[in-house]
Design a protein around this ligand. Structure first.
Ligand code: SAH
Ligand code: DHB
Ligand code: MG
Length: 222
């Protein structure tokens, strides 16, 4: 018998949220300001923001890369986990998102730990390669490029370095028997490529934490 993967239990969720209170006023304000700027509300959820902070602390990471900044919500969570001499390099395609994120970093008091690059991530990532090797890479931008982002991460992480990747359940369409609507087809296909790679390639040792979206955790082992 296959046991449940994640609880899907709203009473347990309520218990967690009321006890741990994962979203403080600074993070709540980012969501509000982002809505006012008409930016899509696709930030990590409150719980995953805390998961990111804890995982970055767990890794003892000092040099972190984020692909997909949006309004800076996850970036603030990551930056809070960094020591004062730590650095987050974050990559965002859309100038409006980048402007809102810059303000988020300033208000959260973490701007001095963050460098933001605006433009297609695959182009801009080249600019930081000389700063590597990195301790952790968080992938959360265009899903069709996840296979490219993990190859970049492999080349630029230390051995023992970690990849975190959001949305690897592809909104449920990751399951082979589910045919995604046309607008999600390419994303679901490339997320399967990504998951197959981290699960089977001997250079990685990996799991998927059963968050609502599916949070992949992959360690570079070879
Ligand atoms: N990590 C954010 C959410 C990211 S949403 C958070 O949880 O707060 C995905 C973001 O990736 C969007 O802002 C989108 O504009 C950006 N994006 C999409 N394609 C991209 C690309 N090729 N390069 C860089 N950013 C990209
Ligand atoms: C989308 C992207 C995300 O990173 C996410 O967490 C949710 C939705 C999207 O492109 O629709
Ligand atoms: Mg996401």
């Amino acid at each position: 018998m296959i046991k449940m993967f994640g609880q899907g239990d709203s009473e347990i969720a309520k218990y967690f949220y009321s006890l741990f209170q994962p979203q403080d006023a600074v993070l709540a304000e980012i969501r509000e300001r982002s809505d006012k700027a008409k930016i899509p509300s696709i930030h990590v959820c409150e719980a995953d923001g805390l998961h990111l902070e804890i995982l970055v602390r767990f890794q003892g990471a000092k040099k972190v890369v984020e692909i997909g900044t949006l309004a800076g919500y996850s970036g603030v969570c990551i930056a809070r986990a960094l020591p004062s001499d730590g650095k987050l390099y974050t990559f965002e395609m859309t100038p409006l998102h980048a402007d809102v994120a810059r303000e988020s970093f300033r208000r959260a008091g973490v701007a001095d730990k963050i460098e933001l690059f605006v433009g297609p991530a695959l182009e801009n990532l080249k600019k930081i390669e000389s700063e590597g090797p990195f301790d952790l890479v968080f992938i959360d931008a265009d899903k069709i490029n996840y296979p490219h982002y993990i190859e970049w991460a492999y080349r630029n992480l230390k051995v023992g370095g970690a990849v975190l990747a959001d949305n690897v359940f592809a909104w449920g369409y990751i399951v082979d028997s589910r045919t995604p609507p046309p607008e999600n087809a390419a994303a679901a296909r490339e997320l399967r490529v990504f998951n197959n790679l981290i699960a089977t390639d001997k250079r990685w040792r990996s799991t998927i934490l059963p968050t609502g979206e599916g949070l992949a955790v992959a360690i570079k082992v070879g």
